[in-house]
Write a protein that binds this ligand. Structure first.
Ligand code: GLN
Length: 400
């Protein structure tokens, strides 16, 4: 019997595997992921759900109106494999105006079924058996399984607690002749760290010494706080030449369930990316692509998103300032890490399990984002919630 690594401490039914299962499974160490598990427990125990990262408020009504319009006007068959052209064109305009980056909508932008599909297609397109891929931990959970399924080897480098900065020297030391790609993520899930100018310079220097590809997960690009800026890695021409940038319309438009993301990359990389995407999902949902294309005309939306979420973060932190939970500063994303070391000596998984069942509040143990389950007594809370939801959560936190 083998204990599963993911979502440890939460699973009962499938937390062990027989040798027959082991023989069958391509991912014997991977269980049902933490988001599925915690959202399930939140529903089962009728708990306030600050675990899985999704807003509990609505998408803009204009977007609903546009999806309905396009569904009623015949936009219901396959979209082009690369994505609806007007959406790719508007995204290219946004990249030029927000970051000064030129992406050619014809052969450098592909619309995907969420950022998760984009990451999977990148890793499938470029990772061959035996290739090593650097993952900076803590790390979002979709990278490692995609590497494993392609016969690659994840190589983990930890950021430095408590500000979770990258030690680029350690990254360099992890590179071998087999290293093919490095995965970077800013604004960072789950820590909320935002890469600095110095990080970008360090990355460029690294790429000048080592021939690597970069998968840059930038799905929280429009959620950056306290006057900081998102550094899109592709804004550096040398980095851009070897980088696949992944983004998410679901995050930007409060519509995570619509599963709409994209991958932007130089043509020679996009050509390979599309070979996988076309046989993975072929194309993303047509009327939604048209609606998001219409929505992109509203440039105020993405410009105002950071201040919208910064207010949410501040509102939440203010409500819990007298609780025993200590905030670890978040610079971006819609996640807040809280240390509970002052109120409990439980392990993170046990604390999250106890909180959802006994206190009716769901959060994510940060240890699940480490391959070795590093435990720092911190939990991740999603503050993309209505004020009343944040109030309910804060009341519970103040009681613990
Ligand atoms: N990105 C979301 C989070 O970190 C969850 C995505 C998912 O459920 N797959 O909470």
């Amino acid at each position: 019997m083998l204990t599963l690594r993911t979502a440890c401490g939460f699973l009962s039914n499938d937390s062990t595997m027989s040798s027959a299962d082991l023989h069958l499974s391509k991912l014997p160490h991977i269980g049902t992921n933490i988001f599925t598990t915690m959202s399930g427990l939140a529903a089962q125990y009728n708990a306030v759900n600050l675990a899985q990262g999704f807003p509990d408020f609505d998408v803009p009504s204009y977007l609903i109106e546009r999806v309905t319009h396009h569904m009623q006007h015949g936009k219901n068959q396959y979209a082009p494999m690369a994505g609806v052209l007007s959406l790719r064109e508007k995204l290219a305009i946004k990249y030029a105006s927000v970051y000064g980056i030129a992406f050619d909508p014809a052969d450098e932008i592909t619309i995907t079924c969420g950022a998760t599909e984009a990451c999977f297609s990148v890793l499938t397109a470029f990772i061959k058996p035996g290739d090593e891929v650097i993952i900076i931990e803590p790390a979002f959970d979709c990278y490692e399984p995609a590497i494993l399924l392609n016969g690659g080897k994840p190589v983990f480098v930890k950021t430095i607690y408590p500000d979770f900065h990258i030690d680029w020297q350690q990254v360099e030391e992890a590179i071998t002749s087999r290293t093919r790609l490095i995965i970077l993520n800013s604004p960072h899930n789950p820590t909320g760290t935002v890469y600095t100018k110095e990080d970008v310079q360090a990355l460029r220097a690294l790429l000048q010494r080592h021939d690597l590809l970069v998968l840059s997960d930038e799905v929280y690009e429009h959620m950056v706080f306290d006057g900081l800026h998102h550094h899109c890695l592709a804004a550096d021409p040398f980095i851009k030449e070897r980088t696949l940038t992944v983004g998410s319309f679901g995050k930007t438009y409060h519509a995570t369930g619509w599963r709409l993301g994209f991958c932007a990359a130089p043509a020679y990389l996009t050509k390979e990316f599309r070979k996988v995407h076309q046989y993975n999902t072929f194309s993303a949902v047509t009327p939604i692509q048209h609606a998001v294309s219409d929505m992109l005309d509203d440039t105020d939306w993405h410009h105002n998103l950071s201040s919208f979420f910064q207010s949410k973060r501040n509102y939440f932190l203010n409500l819990i300032k007298h609780s025993g939970f200590k905030s670890i500063p978040t610079q971006g994303t819609y996640f807040q890490l809280l240390s509970y070391a002052a109120v409990s000596d439980k392990k993170e998984a046990d604390m999250a399990n106890w909180m959802v069942k006994e206190m009716k509040l769901a959060a994510i143990p940060v240890s699940v984002f480490y391959h070795d389950k590093t435990d720092q007594q911190i939990l991740r809370f999603c503050f993309a919630k209505k004020d009343e939801t944040l109030q309910q959560a804060a009341e519970i936190l103040c009681k613990i």
